[in-house]
Design a protein around this ligand. Structure first.
Ligand code: FRU
Length: 316
């Protein structure tokens, strides 16, 4: 941590270019001058979604256990352009390592490639194109899609039924992988039909309004497979408003807390969800290994598990 870094940090904070997290970092920096050994930049795709808030909390918590380690957080607000400039600003602050959960793969790939030429980069949860980074940490989304497909087959039985798939942001790889894994699996059961795909970009409100519109056109829906729990909840709200009962909802994320996936399973809103670990803790641990010149794997795959009413007590 050089002196030049602290001057830059202070000037960026005072020009209000940065988030509260960065400015509180400035205070810490002033009061504990000289104590920061490792400065990590964390570029978050958005903080509008609860799952990402939890990821940042996990990173903050883990970093607090390591002396001399500070993390500066940025929030791209679901804009890939904003995330590119966030990364540029973090580099300007003199970070020693970048952790990034990219909003979309394609627009973020060139900047990540550029950064990786200078400092180590850990990619979290959403992949980029190619492998120009130090390591990737995340769950296997194709496998989650496959497990969701198996679950839907079990739920619908030999009679099958009509399924609506609600997808995440098309430019973010988990959306594609959760769809491919799911489709390949349900193709084994001829009576299951995906009657509609609604693109809701991971957002609960989008899912609610799109499903609301779709419900006015189609009555025959047996199950909704949403790529995350908030979108499943949005669809559930829309159906409730329209007085449509009996639809089964399956989501992904399985967050604890009110309106988190676990709570939704408990309240019988979701038939099941898949815990999608965020990798925040692992990212900080591996970041420190990298900064200590230790060897790390190129890819760490986090485990995802199915949660239903019957298995809730295993995680609560
Ligand atoms: C949050 C989120 C999660 C989802 C993940 C996929 O932004 O939409 O709900 O599981 O991103 O990258």
């Amino acid at each position: 941590m050089k002196l030049g870094k602290s001057i830059l940090i202070i000037s960026l904070c005072s020009s209000f270019l940065f988030s509260i997290a960065a400015c509180s970092f400035q205070k810490t920096k002033k009061s504990e001058a000289g104590e920061i050994k490792y400065l990590i930049g964390m570029s978050q795709a958005n903080l509008g979604e609860p799952w990402r808030v939890v990821m940042n909390e996990e990173i903050k918590e883990e970093a607090s256990h390591h002396d001399g380690t500070r993390v500066i957080f940025t929030d791209a607000g679901q804009s890939s352009q904003k995330q590119i400039s966030d990364v540029e600003k973090l580099i300007g602050l003199g970070i020693d390592l970048l952790i990034i959960s990219p909003n979309e793969a394609e627009p973020l790939t060139p900047i990540i490639r550029k950064v990786h030429k200078k400092i180590p980069v850990i990619i979290l949860d959403r992949a980029i194109i190619g492998d120009d980074y130090t390591m990737f940490i995340g769950a296997d989304n194709k496998l989650i899609g496959k497990m969701a497909g198996q679950f839907v087959q079990d739920l619908l039985g030999p009679k099958g039924g009509n399924v609506v798939e609600i997808t995440g942001l098309p430019g973010s790889p988990p959306a594609k992988e959760r769809s491919v894994g799911f489709r390949n699996e349900i193709a084994k059961q001829a009576n299951i039909h995906v009657v509609k795909t609604l693109v809701a970009d991971w957002l609960r409100d989008n899912a609610e309004s799109k499903f609301q519109t779709y419900l006015t056109q189609n009555n025959q829906i047996d199950l909704v497979y949403a790529h995350n729990d908030p979108m499943a909840l949005g669809a559930y709200h829309a159906a409730n408003l329209a007085g449509k009962k009996g639809i089964i909802y399956v989501g992904i994320d399985g967050l604890p807390g009110p309106n988190g996936g676990l709570d939704l399973v408990k309240r019988h809103i979701l038939k099941g969800t898949f815990i999608y670990p965020n990798g925040g803790k692992e990212a900080v641990r591996y970041a420190l290994k990298i900064l200590h010149d230790e060897k790390v794997p190129k890819k760490v795959t986090l485990k995802s598990i199915k949660i239903t009413e019957n298995t809730l007590d295993e995680v609560e």
